[in-house]
Each structure stands twice: as C-alpha cells, then as structure tokens.
Design a protein around this ligand. Sequence first.
Ligand SMILES: [Zn+2]
Length: 418
Amino acid sequence: MNRHFFIAILLLAANIQTTNAQKVVLHMAGNQTFEYSISQLDSITFVGEDLIIEEEHEWVDLGLPSGTLWATCNVGASSPEEYGDYFAWGETEPKSEYSWGTYMHCEGDYNTLTKYCYESECGYNGFTDKLTELLPEDDAATANWGNEWQMPSLAQLQELYDSEYTTKTEKNLNGVDGILIMSKCNDQTLFLPFAGNRNETSLNDIGRYGDYWSRSLNAYDSPYADALSFNGGRVWWDSYLYRYRGKTVRPVRTNDTNTNSNNKFCNLPARLIIENVLQAPVLFTSCESMGEYCTIKSDGQHFLFTDAAGNTDVIYITANSDCILGLSGLIIGKLSIPEIGEDRLRVVCFDCACPNCYQNYNITKPLVLQTTGYAKCNNCERTYNLNDCGNVSDGSAGRALYRYRVNYLEYTLIVNNG
Ligand SMILES: [Zn+2]
C-alpha cells in the first residue's frame, strides 16, 4: 500500500487541517486511482478490524542475543547515510546552539543540573534524583518516532559493537563515510554515518567520526552521558563530552510484541506456576499483604520461599513443572503503593540477582531482603526499592532490578517472561 495514501487518511482521521493537502488520491491495485477533493469528504470510516498501517521507520534484526532491533536511519534522516538531527542528551528537538546556556535540564552550567543528577555538587541548589536512564518524554527516539522506539541503552550499544556478534568496517555509502556493522549471526548489516557532533554553533568531525548517544547517564559524573564513538573500524566509549553537546541518535526497539511495556520488563527468561499459594504461607502473605516480599529459590526438588524475617516454607516441585527462576531466584511481593497510572496494588516479580553486579562484572550476587520493602546487594552496596519499580534507592547510581511479567489471581501465581 502506498504510504502517502495512509498519511492522507490518517490526517483526515485525526481531523487535522492541512493547508497544502487539497485531494485524497486512492491508489488501487492495478494502477487505478481515484481522486477526491478534500471538500467532498465528510468523514472516512474503516470497516473491519484489520487495518494495516505501514511502519514509518525501518529496522534490521542483526540476530543479537538481547533481541534488539536497530533502526536503519538516524532520527531526522530518511536514508541510512543521512546524518539526521543532533540532540543534546535528554532533549527532543534540534536547535542552533548547543551549550549549557541553552541546555534544558540545567540553569546555565554543568553544576546547576535540574534533572538526571545524582551528585548534589552538580545539582541546582544541591538537587539530586535517582534517574539514570532517560524517561520517554526526554528520549529523542521515543518523542520523535513513538512509543515503540527508544534511544539505545549502554548495554545495547555494547552489544552492537561486541566482536562476538558483529564485525565492523569503514564504508562509503552514496558518498558518505561511515561504519558498516555486519552480523555474525545472519547476513544483515547496519550503516552508521560519521555524523560528528555539535558544540555551541559549530559542527565537529563530520565525515570523520560517528558519535551516537545512549539513553544512559554516565555512572560516575552527572554532567556526562554515555555515547559510542567510532571512526574506521575503531570503536570507543565517548562518555566525557558534556550532555549539552549535540549528537546523533540511532533508535532501537525490541522484538517483543507487547511494545508498551518494554521499559518495565527485561528479556531474560523466567517461568513459574504455583497453583495454590496457600501451600506456602510465606508466599501467600507476599501475594496478599501490601509491602510484603519473599524470595523463591529451588534446591532441585523443592521450592523454598523465604521472607525478610527469615521464615521459610518448602514445597515439593511436581514432576511436570517447567520452571526457570531467573538468574538467581525470584522476589515476589505485593506493592505498598500503586504504580503510576494504576489504582490497584499489583503483585510484582524481580530477579533476586543484583542487576548492576551482573551487568558490570557478569556475576550473580543474590540480594538480601530487608523487612521494609527494600533489597540490598552486599557486593556493590546498592539498595533497591521494591515498591518503586526496583529502582536504586541508596548507593551508586545504576539500573533497576530485572523485572518479570507476573500474574496473580485466585491464589494462583504465574510468572511468564522471555
Ligand atoms: Zn551489586
């Protein structure tokens, strides 16, 4: 189907008046066309449920373990070799000058940050928050392309350049220099042009370097955010250019069909069914009482349910139960405060492994439940708030707990993720 047809229909459907659209042209199979003047139309009704709207942005599946799909163009570009727009980190519109003076999330300098800041000496009047990844409203990919798209995380950029999964070579595509990333898992490739970056009013290193933002704040210094840079076959982290700099953005999406909940849940596998939680009073309490949590582990023959006070229940694993308890066991509990946009207190499920120790050092460090609805890692000393999406509440900045999809209804608990 012709994209312009859909755009015209969608504009009408959304009741948007445009000054330059005078006609709707329907392109039928067999090259027949029908033209209608806009003034002839009163409304358009779609009959049936299967309206297929053509995707506006293309992506490529490099067969990466995380399932990440990479867009073939930068935000603001319409072909792979076009540079597209430049964004300060956490801003969603391009502009003519990139400096602390024009940066949205500060009051004029690097030490007056007003959002995404965990060091009081960098915050405006000592301001700090716990945000280490861009929220959707500050993500240039989400804001410009829609909810299914995001700027890549640090881990997604790492995976893209990991020589276990891809090879890199310099390439000139239609007169533009860039890097060609080739999958080692399939025959797919991704081209990223050397778009350089913007500082104040100048454009630097265009045609020489690629400089692409992640959505992750630098873990050591709040005025910086992580970015991947490359020239030729060389790739490096460029995490020490200020956040106000203008860099390009290459969006990602996951191949999860439930795209609205991408941010909340991880892609790791976890599966468990407990048909009657009353078998294990510790689990029953965690599913029914707000703010109560327990861990679920297995010794191969039994499930062990342990609450923060150390009470443990044991039940036999039946022969037909096909379970995966995440990386290091599960944490299950009922929230003490509703999630944003919800009015009920749902049962949530997290991995029992510290996600930052796992991500940074590839080790599984089991968290210790605290009686107050927190879980602590004794290795990196981070504390996570189970009632707040598993976000870090104390210790160094870092990612939230790995979260799994879970359903609790009528005393049956079902974890089904990945
Ligand atoms: Zn840790």
